[in-house]
Design a protein around this ligand. Structure first.
Ligand code: Q46
Ligand code: ZN
Length: 300
């Protein structure tokens, strides 16, 4: 296989682009895709400080690596979920990456914020672990950005994550998640920061290849609660489609963003208030995170 750019020996084949690249040209291709995402969706400018949410995995550390190399002003944000050894190891990977690159890293503990680590929150609330975790992550990312003055939070969601989320929402025709499914969510309230996903054009395989070729030391193990998650089943189904028809995932997601999402966006405009206790954005009186913290407190 020959590199599409230089004709040298290719190391990464991208069937959906009908192309193959040698390591340096693949790295350039990857960075170009990130630049294209940032430009197309006006995610952030070089004058803005970007808070990059890092989990210690290949996607988020790969994203931080690209943004650092492209000269953006970035700070990492690691949310310590308190999930046994997984959290200890993933935090160590983020700290080592930040130290190696001389980049600032903020660490926020879920236990300090909500009163228990994620497994404790699950036990106290009997809510599915990933739902309590997802709610906590979204809340704490926004809060950290507001507290430290960042206008935007970037996450490492890739094409596979986005296509699987879309597939899940369509299976149940969930209008609100469909309206919010976007590579860039603008700030619609002074207490809500912009959220962007600069890797949405790159597949999981591509982010793994990038991290490997860049020598990024990331945590390979999945969170123990990811096992059996429906999102993994949706990814498997989409992978089978992709195998049979390269580009299927890409067409599914991009087609929705272009043709489907505007309709859902019009349908579900919700009024936002400030939480009576913490002041963060909510559709009710008390936000979901404050309710979660109350449940944890009551269970003690
Ligand atoms: S970290 Fe949290 Fe994920 Fe673990 S508990 Fe579920 S949501 S699987 S991305
Ligand atoms: Zn609140």
């Amino acid at each position: 296989m020959k590199c599409r750019k230089c004709g040298g020996l290719a190391a990464v084949e991208l069937r959906r682009h009908n192309a193959a690249f040698c390591p340096p040209d693949f790295i350039a291709f990857f960075r170009n895709q990130v630049s294209e995402a940032v430009r197309r969706h006006r995610m952030f400018t070089r004058e803005e400080s970007v808070l990059v949410a890092v989990s210690g995995g290949k996607d988020s550390l790969g994203l931080w690596d690209v943004l650092l190399d492209q000269g953006y002003m970035t700070t990492g944000l690691y949310l310590d979920l308190g999930i046994y050894d997984y959290s200890k190891e993933s935090r160590a990977k983020c700290e080592a990456f930040a130290a190696h690159r001389g980049a600032p890293l903020l660490v926020v503990s879920v236990e300090e914020a909500v009163g228990a680590p994620i497994p404790g929150v699950q036990a106290a609330t009997r809510r599915p672990t990933c739902s309590a975790c997802g709610l906590s992550k979204r809340y704490l990312m926004n809060k950290a950005a507001l507290d430290y003055g960042f206008p935007v939070v970037a996450t490492g969601h890739n094409l596979d994550d986005e296509a699987a989320a879309l597939f899940g929402s369509i299976l149940h025709w969930q209008a609100e998640p469909l309206a919010r499914q976007s590579p860039a969510l603008p700030s619609t309230h002074p207490k809500l920061v912009r959220r962007v996903k600069p890797l949405y054009r790159l597949s999981e395989l591509e982010t793994a290849a990038y991290a490997f070729l860049r020598g990024i030391d990331y945590i390979v193990e999945e969170c123990p609660f990811a096992k059996g998650a429906t999102s993994l089943m949706h990814k498997e189904i989409l992978n089978r489609l992709e195998e049979a028809s390269p580009g299927a995932k890409h067409n599914f997601l991009y087609g929705f963003l272009e043709k489907g999402r505007p309709a859902f966006e019009r349908m579900s405009a919700v009024a936002l208030n400030e939480c009576a206790r913490c002041g963060q954005v909510t559709t009710g009186t008390l936000c979901g995170f404050c309710k979660l913290a109350d449940q944890v407190k009551r269970s003690r």
